[in-house]
Design a protein around this ligand. Structure first.
Ligand code: ZN
Length: 294
């Protein structure tokens, strides 16, 4: 007997059918102290950072987010340390957008000392839009400093990736936009699940944050630890972009250390299954509003 006829399934109008190609960013190393015993897979020398960034780019990352380290692995905001990384990537033919950190190098650089990488005029750099409890430390970003930082981004023509660790940071970003200090549209990076911050890495939080900014602004989520993979997948579906990488999560799955290349490859596979094309670096420059070659 033939199986009973089924009602035809209504075509699912996917929310991301009209979305831009997916920009995959890989955060290569971060600024946590090196610890070869506990974190043997974290690239912690300049050579290892460059090699891992190349691997991520070849795997499909259109953006590589870099923190500089000394030869012994110590994080630093020294401009020349950043210059060596950028030059090495360019010499190797890397076409990815290079997004430099304006963070504190693990608390070693304070306020304006953080901004040295901007003097290299990279295509993009991180703009941490407020203060936060970051692990055991206070990460400072008072409004006068944010204004100075925004002016320096403008001075060197650097596209800010506005990192928001909390809802109030989005409010500050919009205020700085209204003051004419940050661009419109701006590139948003919602950073969720940082230990000590109290902001959970949940779909509800992603939805709340993305709705605080105008439709059409490119947005992405940086989720820490185990939240990275599920929120990567969610962002692909929701029309956002993706940040993966060892800065945020050291594990491929429970008990299996990751590499940056493997994390990017997995995002590429998930995007392919979900029928969302992956942006080339050139397409990513259009999507993120980068107006000049790096
Ligand atoms: Zn970073």
């Amino acid at each position: 007997m033939p199986p009973p006829a089924r009602e035809p399934v209504a075509r699912c109008e996917t929310v991301w059918a009209m979305a831009d190609p997916l920009v995959i960013q890989c955060a290569i190393t971060g600024s946590i102290d090196p610890d070869p015993d506990r974190r043997p897979n974290l690239p912690s020398t300049p050579e290892a950072i460059v090699a891992s960034a190349l691997e991520a780019w070849r795997a499909g990352a259109a953006v590589v987010h870099l923190h500089a380290r000394r030869a012994d692995g110590t994080p630093t905001q020294d401009r020349e340390a950043y210059r060596e990384l950028v030059d090495a990537l360019r010499d190797a033919g890397c076409e990815a957008i290079v997004n430099l950190s304006c963070g504190s190098a693990g608390g070693r650089a304070l306020r304006d000392e953080r901004l040295g990488p901007l003097e290299l005029a990279p295509e993009m750099a991180s703009f941490d839009c407020g203060s936060i409890n970051f692990r055991e430390q206070l990460f400072e970003g008072d409004l006068p400093f944010l204004r100075r930082m925004a002016e320096k981004f403008g001075e060197f023509g650097v596209r800010p990736e506005v990192e928001c660790f909390d809802t109030g940071h989005v409010g500050l970003a919009l205020q700085l936009r209204d003051e004419g200090l940050l661009p419109d549209p701006m590139v948003m990076q919602f950073v969720l699940g940082v230990p000590g911050s109290g902001v959970p890495a949940t779909v509800e939080m992603v939805e709340h944050l993305r709705r605080m900014v105008p439709a059409g602004w490119p947005w992405s989520v940086c989720a820490i630890g185990r939240a990275q993979l599920p929120l990567n997948a969610y962002c692909i579906l929701a029309g956002g972009h993706v940040r993966t990488g060892l800065e945020d999560n050291l594990w491929f799955r429970r008990g299996e250390p990751a590499t940056n290349g493997a994390l990017v490859q997995r995002v590429v596979r998930i995007a392919a299954e979900l029928d969302r094309p992956v942006a080339t670096p050139g397409e990513a420059r259009q999507i993120l509003g980068l107006t000049r070659a790096g």
